[in-house]
Design a binder for this molecule. Structure first.
Ligand code: FES
Ligand SMILES: [Fe+2]
Length: 433
């Protein structure tokens, strides 16, 4: 049973410019988050290109619930709880594959690709109940929908639908698909899994924290700058230098990028500029885009340059890089982050190679940037157990937001994104349905 908190106890944890350390360290609050936040939000599951044919499946989690995303015989993508209806064993332990049916390894109940029950060994012994085929299938997740092949699911049957929930954040996914001359993307290059010894919110907040790169990543920024300075003026830099150099950018650079907060905790940095704007052109890509879209539309598509878009609480995407990171909470102090890369169908393969190079350098556990962040998360998780001080500060530029409708913007080094995430956190945690 999840412990219920009184609404006033939850409200006491989130103030306008600070949050109580318990939100990162209390295991009972983590359990409540898995129900109230991860059970009532649209959570990213996977991309349709991971299951192109009937029987193709991947396994993953929604919060701490194991699920299977499978394409059934009618070509419909389904998301089913990965839990046998008999005594609860996990039906499928593989991360991906193709099955004619799913067979529980414990007592052999079998399920079709659409989750319906196919067979029960020695069925007669179950008495009047009998478990006839068609009953007691794998439980489907209540809602499944997608944006251009990016599949999300929600355990609760309640409104809002996916489009309404994501709002303007969905444009980042539209933009990733539009950046393909064929108008669609497919997953390529495997996945990077990276265990983080921290609460899931530390990772999600970090993605729109522009106060840390010039400090936490200064060594790599300086090394790239020194290397580039040592080269002749007309040098063509290797793409690794181009990728690493902006991590040493100034406060002014990130301030100019700006940050945007959207309803439901979503948001993004940049918009027209980001740390990816100055990359060199890849031969043949612009020509392929113009051939597909015409010059004007191709220019418009490529002018969108969001740094990181947060799809609260589970997912983050970079449009200009065509890479996404998926947040998988394991415990109050443990989170797995998975990175996936996308091929722009119809674009030169060098585009995918750059995406993978970016991930290897930045997002991988053997990279030169992500481990800096991981070290900081671990330090926070460790020291926030201390009762020396109960509060975590979110006050930077607290009174300087500008509102346009439901959207708020601020200078890039504002804490606006974190404040926005905690406003959604409190709303979901105290919702009464
Ligand atoms: S637990 Fe699955 S068949 Fe018994
Ligand atoms: Fe970072």
């Amino acid at each position: 049973m999840v412990r219920e908190f009184k609404i006033k106890e939850l409200r006491a944890l989130v103030e306008p410019t600070r949050v109580h350390r318990d939100v990162y360290t209390n295991p009972e609050l983590f359990d409540l988050e898995m129900d109230r936040i991860w059970g009532h939000s649209w959570i990213y599951v996977g991309h349709e290109s991971q299951v192109p044919d009937p029987g193709d499946f991947i396994t993953t989690e929604i919060g701490v619930d194991p699920v299977i995303m499978v394409r059934d015989d009618a070509h419909k993508v389904r998301v089913l709880f990965n839990r046998c209806r008999h005594k609860g064993a996990k039906i499928c332990a593989k991360t991906a594959g193709n099955n004619n049916y799913f067979r529980c390894p414990y007592h052999g109940w079998t399920y079709r690709r659409d989750g319906t029950l196919r067979g029960v060994p020695a069925r007669a012994g179950y008495g009047a109940q009998g478990y006839s085929a068609g009953d007691e299938g794998l439980v489907p997740v209540a809602q499944v929908d997608d944006i251009r092949g990016f599949v999300f699911a929600k355990k609760s049957p309640n409104e809002p639908g996916l489009r309404t929930y994501l709002g303007e954040a969905a444009l980042t996914l539209e933009n990733i698909a539009d950046r393909a001359p064929a108008g669609r993307v497919e997953i390529a290059g495997g996945r990077l899994r990276y265990r983080h010894p921290c609460n899931w919110k530390m990772f999600v907040e970090n993605l729109n924290d522009a106060m840390h790169p010039m400090i936490a990543h200064s060594s790599v920024g300086m090394a790239a700058r020194d290397y580039m300075k040592s080269q002749p003026a007309d040098a063509i830099y290797p793409r690794e230098a181009e990728i690493l150099f902006p991590f040493g950018s100034s406060y002014e650079f990130f301030d100019k990028m700006g940050v945007t907060a959207l309803p439901n905790g979503h948001g993004y940095m940049g918009g027209t500029s980001s740390i990816h704007t100055a990359y060199s052109d890849i031969p043949g890509y612009w020509e392929a885009m113009v051939a597909s879209y015409g010059e004007q539309r191709a220019r418009r598509i490529l002018s969108s340059n969001r740094h990181n878009t947060i799809f609260y609480p589970s997912f983050t995407a970079k449009d200009a890089i065509q890479a996404v990171r998926v947040v998988r909470p394991r415990a109050v102090d443990e989170t797995v982050v998975e990175t996936y890369h996308f091929r722009l169908v119809g674009a030169p393969e060098a585009m995918l190679e750059r995406t993978i190079a970016y991930s290897r350098l930045i997002n991988s556990s053997a990279g030169m940037v992500g481990p800096d962040d991981l070290d900081c998360y671990g330090r926070m998780q460790d020291s926030l157990r201390s009762m020396a001080c109960d509060w975590v500060d979110l006050s930077r530029y607290a009174d300087a937001d500008e509102s346009t409708g439901s959207k708020r913007t601020a200078t890039g080094t504002s804490d606006l994104a974190s404040r926005n995430q905690f406003s959604a956190w409190l709303q979901l945690m105290t919702a009464t349905d």
